[in-house]
Design a protein. Structure first.
Length: 65
């Protein structure tokens, strides 16, 4: 039983680490947060950039297309 709980905790840590990595990747792609260019640090600009990135993903376009 203790071994099962240990495995479950390890799985949760891996999932949390993966989620953080994906969040950082998204922030980097959207150029927000610590990855922001000057003038893009506001929450409103961040939301706009995330929406634009999501739209590009849905339509299959890229920033450079």
């Amino acid at each position: 039983m203790a071994e099962s709980a240990h495995r479950e905790q390890a799985g949760e840590k891996i999932a949390a680490g993966s989620a953080m990595l994906l969040l950082q990747l998204a922030a980097s792609q959207a150029e927000i947060g610590p990855f922001a260019r000057r003038g893009r640090e506001t929450p409103q600009m961040a939301a706009h950039l995330y929406r634009a990135a999501a739209l590009r993903v849905r339509t299959g376009t890229t920033r450079h297309s």
